[in-house]
Design a protein around this ligand. Structure first.
Ligand SMILES: [Zn+2]
Ligand SMILES: [Zn+2]
Length: 247
């Protein structure tokens, strides 16, 4: 799983596939004669449309599962970090998927051609073209930079889950940034990560450890939550009042 996108690599591939296929099917439908569509409508077309989209979702799931198991291992572990570190620009590029696209599994190609998903005369070349756009989207997603952390503001404190006024805690405290960079402890883009904590939890975190220790060993919510003292704290504070939603 990528460290930033909470979807698994399989889910990223499936979603990229979904985007490309829905687009392809829409294009095909638009190309179909108006007459056919009118007939479908007279036939209870709305119900058909719903059933059709459920079937399409199932089919996408099936195709993505098939494709994913043939995906070269190195395309299922790529990250933003790896892309940044690669000066050749190969990691995350469509060239890195070229061999795979030239040797798409037969079962996958046949399934799409037989379902006439890319039109009545859609062939292996059309499947390759469509899959190229799937892979472009997939590679871009898998190697995307992290979200801007401050835009991920939740409603609840990330430790005690109470809906109270939140403050932001730099998971890698600002005062440590220059040393963190000098020691190459974390890559630069990680420095802006924040957790949204209520005042009580925020104070408690800083009471537990010095800033440098936080930067070194306790730089995610998941890590903080593993500590005994923080677990005890959460079970205490989460029972305190503070369920009122703050705008
Ligand atoms: Zn809290
Ligand atoms: Zn803080």
């Amino acid at each position: 799983m990528s460290g930033f996108d909470h979807r698994t690599y399989y889910e990223m591939l499936r979603d990229s596939m979904s985007v490309a296929l829905v687009k392809a099917v829409l294009n095909k439908d638009l190309a179909e004669s108006k007459e056919t569509r009118l007939k479908a409508r007279g036939n209870g077309g709305e119900v058909d449309a719903k059933q059709e989209s459920e079937e399409l979702a199932e089919f996408i799931e099936f195709l993505a599962t098939d494709l994913f198991q043939y995906l070269p291992k190195d395309l299922t572990i790529i990250t933003y970090d790896m892309k940044l570190a690669d000066e050749t620009g190969y990691i995350g590029s469509i060239e890195s998927a070229e061999d795979f696209l030239n040797n798409l599994p037969g079962s996958y190609v046949d399934a799409i051609v037989e379902a006439k998903l890319l039109g009545a005369d859609g062939d292996a070349e059309d499947v390759k073209r469509m899959t190229t756009s799937v892979m472009e989207d997939y590679l871009a997603t898998a190697t995307a930079p992290p979200l801007k952390w401050t835009e991920t503001r939740p409603l609840e404190c990330e430790l005690c889950a109470r809906e109270v006024k939140l403050t932001y805690h730099h998971l890698i405290p600002r005062s440590t940034h220059s040393r963190v960079l000098k020691k190459r402890m974390h890559p630069e883009y990680m420095l802006n990560r924040v957790a949204w904590l209520c005042r009580s939890c925020h104070s408690f975190v800083h009471h537990c450890e010095e800033n440098m220790e936080l930067a070194k060993n306790w730089y995610t919510i998941e890590l903080l939550e593993q500590r005994d003292d923080i677990q005890k704290w959460i079970s205490y504070i989460s029972k305190r009042p503070g369920k009122t939603r703050v705008k």
